[in-house]
Design a protein around this ligand. Structure first.
Ligand code: NCD
Ligand code: ZN
Length: 359
């Protein structure tokens, strides 16, 4: 990407409404303790992924998990975890109704069984969850979808496109009232599908998919810290994602999919999928948007479009980014209790936009 350091015409300071993260993994236990502050430093709210072991299936699991998250936050931090339930073929619509009535459950997550980290309890047969999805449609509750098929015959780089054809398009036709977020979209096919829908459909885009393509992952040696699911695609897809993110189109918003794994579990013969972007996401995004001369669209992407889709007000508090002449310093590892650490995403270029004020 271009280094925009010397572009004197560009603004050097940007104040936006405080961002939200519409797709975040916080984990549990020592890992939760290690990473909770990294997101709450810059973000006001986040949609919390339920793929714990065991998964967050019932409302009472979500309430207990929310309490553990709140307990793990640094003192005096204001951060609202927006809880989700993990959809299984045994999920109970009455439990969902109660969780929504309590103001606890904000979305439900559909993982095709086996698609990604901790997704074994996910959905094998969409038919079995139709009554639950109908209840969601009645409640107006968004379904967050991990949009990849798991059919072993389908090439990993095609799994998103095939999911759209086989699962998403038929589901939209069958239950058009169901609000759907196609999460961490990685292909032009995904963007085009969202654009083709008149209403009730949006997509989140991650920080890393705006920056890396599959060459970054595989050329010159395999880079485990660039491995995530959905896997990064060709450059033409990355360019399409950047175009969508910086367009201001209200259907596209930030879901970082920041997904911490202990460094040694990624640097392994069978490394885990997930990229940890929480600490430097806002600096990375300001860089990407500036390179597109689209800094004026950053607030829509990080702070306005998401709340609008979820029917929530935008945050009243603000966040200020300042472009400095020296590179922003951030740790390359975040320590986790017990001698472990998590590797922070390396965008491959220096960052100059620093978050100065997140009040
Ligand atoms: C996520 C994780 O580690 O939980 N991994 C990833 O590569 N994104 C799961 C997911 O969102 O697919
Ligand atoms: Zn995720």
């Amino acid at each position: 990407m271009n280094d925009a350091r010397n572009d004197q015409a560009a603004p050097q300071r940007l104040t936006i409404r405080r961002p939200d993260d519409w797709h975040l993994h916080l984990r549990d236990g020592a890992m939760l303790q290690a990473v909770a502050g990294e997101t709450s430093r810059h973000f006001a709210r986040a949609i919390i992924m339920p793929n714990l072991v065991p998964p967050v299936v019932r409302s009472r699991d979500a309430a207990a998990y929310r309490d553990r998250i709140l307990a793990a936050l640094p003192e005096a931090v204001v951060f609202e975890p927006l809880m989700t339930l993990y959809l299984t073929e045994a999920s109970d619509p009455d439990d969902l109704r109660q969780g929504v009535a309590d103001g606890l459950v904000r979305a439900v997550k559909l993982y095709p069984a086996g698609a990604t980290t901790n997704s074994d309890s996910g959905v094998r047969d969409i038919e079995k969850v139709m009554p639950f999805l109908e209840a969601m449609a009645e409640l107006g509750l968004p379904l967050c979808v991990h949009g990849e098929v798991t059919d072993p015959d389908i090439d990993i780089f095609d799994r998103e496109a095939v999911f759209i054809e086989r699962v998403l398009a038929p589901l939209r036709q069958r239950l058009p009232e169901l609000r759907i977020v196609m999460e961490h979209v990685t292909t032009r096919n995904g963007l085009d599908f969202v654009r083709s829908q008149a209403q009730g459909m949006a997509a989140t885009l991650t920080t890393h998919h705006l920056i890396i393509n599959r060459n970054h992952l595989l050329v010159g040696g395999v880079r485990p810290h660039y491995y995530c699911l959905p896997v990064a695609k060709r450059e033409e897809h990355r360019l399409a994602l950047v175009e969508a993110a910086t367009s201001g189109d209200a259907r596209f918003f930030l879901g970082t999919d920041s997904a911490p794994h202990a460094t040694h579990t990624k640097e392994a013969a069978c490394g885990c999928a997930g990229i940890f972007t929480a600490p430097n996401t806002m600096s990375c995004l300001a860089h990407v948007f500036e390179a597109e001369a689209a800094l004026d669209k950053l607030e829509s992407f990080t702070s306005l479009n998401g709340p609008a889709f979820y029917g929530l007000p935008a945050n009243e508090s603000r966040l200020t980014l300042v472009k400095q002449s020296a590179p922003v310093e951030y740790p390359d590892q975040i320590p986790v209790e017990g001698d472990q650490s998590v590797t922070v995403f390396d965008p491959g270029f220096e960052l100059f936009w620093a978050v100065k004020d997140a009040s």
